[in-house]
Ligand binder design. Structure first.
Ligand code: XMP
Length: 520
């Protein structure tokens, strides 16, 4: 019979985590220091499952989280992550009230429902509408018409938005309210796209469905083309990550705010987290550079006592003791990573931090004992790193990989013909001045002497999160196929490792060729 099992000839070379890492305990290893050995497989990459549970009430369809950084995750990024089955952690370098509305935006996002459609008023001229289309470069020409109170008065069809009618008022050219098809917001139900899909099938030739409230105020627009695109996407393997009420899931980072006496400002923290919970936040992350501290422990305890069912992420740590401590304080998922990030200088500035694979191994063993999960935070530059990280963790947190995406905050800048977006460490001076100083144990006061633990940088603009995630997911699935792992649990069980020499590292990347096109 063909050999489908491990051979004892492989065993001395390719070792499971519990042999490999203790055997390498004199050296800190990171992603490029190791490689995974292949195993007999009957699993096709496309058949692998990437679902992961971070806490009892926090499940993702892909094990990828975008960092709580002010150049990575606000509502746009969090929406894109959740639509792809992952999670975005909204950063806290903004006023508390703004963070609440960022969370609301994600929780109220209805895929395909344009919540603030571009509208025109009956008093405008068609010429004004044409000028607006030209100026804003709209690719559409049909607009709902509303009065000054937001009440729907009709629909201006693209057929009449023509230069020959430029001098006519919108009021004379619109299709009147009585002939416009609408749906009440409350009738959209839990699955607005399915409802709209049914509507378009029943109403031949109608391509736009206006959503109104009980008072006939316009509150949204659904287009047939969006419904068709989304229906196609639904057949895709990775579904959006939603809560029990069909809302996209969303996380928010929370700061260990202190009062004038340097004590944890419990009242303010509880009020803010209470507001986040009211808006439906699915998880909060107590994000600090050093999680194995009294301050972070107190903060986690305060939150756990006040919100017994709220999933809590806490960190960052790189030791078993740190994991045990945060787990005992009440954290469900623990962030592992000190200094691996692409914009981090903690290891250089403070001389502290552990290479990521060693840190993940040590922490994963403590996490298993404490029945908590761990998140590999930072240092990930390619999908292969994610596969390696997932052999020891339940999900990865990435900043740099997403910072160049359209959905990351900030504008695109052009330098020498190339497009970039800003990416900065939350421990950079600029970010600390905007609010993240507490994360690094400093005061916000810029006059004070503080050592930055992060840099300000640029990332090449890289298009949409959908595109970037498609590449990453393809890579993860490919890795799982090589290991014969049909899900992430099997990946963790089956992984076997070997160290890589510097020559082996060079061999792993394209070499001795003139590269014409990158893999992507
Ligand atoms: P990547 O490698 O994905 O790392 O860009 C993102 C992670 O880095 C952490 N982070 C920092 N660490 N100084 C640090 O030492 C910083 O200024 C800083 N800012 C972010 C954070 O864990 C993030 O998820």
């Amino acid at each position: 019979m063909a050999a489908t099992r491990n051979s004892i000839l492989d065993d001395p070379f390719y070792q499971p985590a519990d042999k490999f890492f203790p055997a390498n305990n004199k050296i800190g290893l990171t992603f490029d220091d190791i490689t995974l050995a292949t195993l007999y497989s009957e699993i096709l990459p496309r058949d692998t499952q990437l679902d992961t549970a971070l806490a009892e009430k926090l499940r993702l369809h892909i094990p990828v989280i975008s960092s709580d950084m002010d150049t990575v995750t606000e509502s746009r990024m969090a929406i894109a992550m959740a639509l792809n089955g992952g999670l975005g952690l909204i950063h806290y370098n903004m006023p508390e009230r703004q963070q609440l509305s960022e969370v609301s935006r994600v929780k109220n996002h209805v895929h395909g429902l344009i919540q603030e459609p571009i509208q025109v008023s009956p008093e405008q001229l068609i010429g004004d509408v044409l000028a607006m289309i030209e100026q804003k470069k709209f690719a559409f020409g049909t607009f709902p018409v509303v009065d000054e109170k937001g009440k729907l008065v009709g629909l201006l069809s693209g057929h009449v938005v023509k230069p020959r009618y430029a001098k006519l008022k919108v009021a004379t050219a619109l299709t009147p309210r009585s002939q416009v098809q609408t749906i009440l917001q409350k009738e959209l139900g839990k699955d607005p796209i399915a409802r709209a899909d049914k509507f378009f099938t029943e109403h031949l030739g109608i391509h736009k469905l206006l959503v109104v409230d009980d008072k006939d105020k316009l509150c949204g627009l659904i287009t047939l083309s969006d419904v068709e695109r989304i229906t196609l996407e639904r057949a895709a393997q990775f579904k959006p990550a939603r809560d029990a009420n069909f809302h996209l899931i969303c996380g928010a980072a929370v700061s260990a705010t202190r009062n004038a006496f340097g004590e944890l400002d419990k009242q303010r923290i509880l009020e803010h987290v209470g507001g986040l919970v009211e808006r439906g936040v699915d998880v909060v992350a107590v994000s600090t550079a050093h999680g194995h501290t009294k301050g972070v422990g107190d903060m986690v305890r305060v939150l756990r006592d006040a919100f017994p069912k709220l999933p809590i992420i806490a960190g960052n740590v790189t030791s078993a003791a740190g994991v045990e401590f945060l787990a005992d304080c009440g954290a469900d998922a623990i962030k592992v990573g000190q200094g691996p990030g692409s914009i981090c200088t903690t290891r250089m500035v403070a001389g502290v931090g552990i290479p990521q694979m060693t840190a993940l191994y040590v922490c994963s063993r403590a996490a298993a004992k404490k029945k908590v999960t761990i998140l590999a935070d930072g240092g990930i530059t390619k999908s292969g790193d994610i596969v390696k990280a997932l052999t020891l963790s339940q999900a990865v947190i990435c900043g740099g990989i997403f910072a160049g995406c359209n959905e990351a905050p900030g504008d695109v800048v052009e330098i020498s013909g190339k497009l970039y977006k800003q990416y900065r460490g939350m421990g950079s001076l600029a970010a600390m001045r905007t609010g993240s100083a507490a994360r690094y144990g400093h005061e916000k006061n810029p006059a004070q002497k503080v050592a930055a633990e992060g840099i300000e940088a640029l990332k090449e603009a890289c298009g949409s999160v959908d595109r970037v995630l498609a590449q990453l997911i393809g890579g993860i699935q490919s890795g799982m196929g090589y290991l014969g792992a049909k899900n992430l649990e099997q990946l963790r069980e089956k992984a076997r490792y070997i160290r890589v020499s510097p020559a082996g590292m060079r061999e792993a990347a394209p070499h001795d060729v003139v590269e014409l096109k990158t893999g992507n």
